[in-house]
Ligand binder design. Sequence first.
Ligand SMILES: [Zn+2]
Length: 139
Amino acid sequence: MLINGKCHCGNIAFSLAWEPDPKEIPARACDCTFCRKHGGVWTSNPSGALQVRIQDASKISKYTFGTGTAEFQICARCGIVPVVTSRIDGRLYAVVSVNAFENVEASLLNRAPASFGAEETGSRLARRKRSWIPDVVFR
Ligand SMILES: [Zn+2]
């Protein structure tokens, strides 16, 4: 399955290749202080491949907080956050927002609360290496 998503204005668009076709897509409603304020719900596939397409890079705001290990890619034109990235040991990992999906039936999403606030940085990065999308291309 090729999942397409974008911010509201289209400045940040992505395609996520998810093979084989998912029977359900985990959707993690993150309870961190940032995601609580914008309703962040994320998914990833450790065998997926993500292509992110940026129209105007000058209208991307990159926001980091807390451990400073994840970068929220915020569209500065419309305010949507379609992608979060984390560079670990030289490799770029990502999760995508299920709220930015364009072509996925809502019934495929398995929404559940997620809480990572208690993690130490080392175990946080190890979890991302296990579960985030490890094949990320920006163009
Ligand atoms: Zn936008």
